[in-house]
Design a protein around this ligand. Sequence first.
Ligand code: HEM
Length: 259
Amino acid sequence: MPHMQQAAWDTLEMLMTHLSQDYPEWFSLQRDGDQWLWINRALDLQQAFTFGDASSLPYEPLEYITRQIQGDFALLDQRENNLWMDAGMVTGPADWSIKFDAGMSFTEWHAPVPMAHQMGVFDRALKYLMHIQVDRPVRRLNWTMTVNPRLDTSSETFHEWGHERSSVTAENLAQLVHLRVELQFLARLPRSNALMFSIRTYLISLEELVTQPEWACRLHRVLRDLPDELADYKGLSQYRPLVVEWLRQFDPEVATCTA
Ligand code: HEM
């Protein structure tokens, strides 16, 4: 949205600065006042531009930089004691849609999540997020499950992936079912005071996951004890019983009990 231009430039600055500092062999950023030179050797790009002038880039600034970065980005405007999803670049969401959520408040876009509202989780989280300071970013994790290692499970493409949930059987679940973990990063942007929320998604098949006995045991217990409402929300009710039954063999406590 137009009022997010400054947040978009803030984001471009943060991402270019970190990439060039963390991976100098791949990226470089030279700044001379508002005249900047960006080099991305991984993609063979070299771009001179004027910071703050969108017409000096081939795409508007948020699109330009997020095309070069893995993961998803939402920029939250902070006003009226709330956060508003007013800009973003999201190509691999876990069963939601940035088009649908655009312009919504923190409470509104979290409305479909069961239990957490009643427990006061979102009220506390919102207060916490609104106090995040510049240069003091935080991270959190979220998890769900996805059939096949598919990053784009957006609402718009539901017809492509929704039916795959019913293809899970006891024979194929180790290969088909994946644990999906999101590493989320939240940072205050200095000029706009917006919050940057990024999501890096990792998928691992159950077959690979159970090579770590501790992970297998833990996933068994979490899935077994997950409230039905949460299992429904996460879209895994259809195949949960099969997966729990299969994971049981990796839980030493259960194995001992039944021995
Ligand atoms: C401001 C940054 C955040 C953004 C942009 C964001 C965005 C979202 C979105 C789009 C969803 C999917 C909702 C749907 O079903 O349509 C979601 C789910 C969720 N969010 Fe957030 N969120 C943010 C911060 C947080 C924080 C700080 C918490 C901590 C309590 C949180 C907890 C959750 C939970 C528990 C779910 C349900 C996930 C699941 O069970 O798979 N979110 N979030």
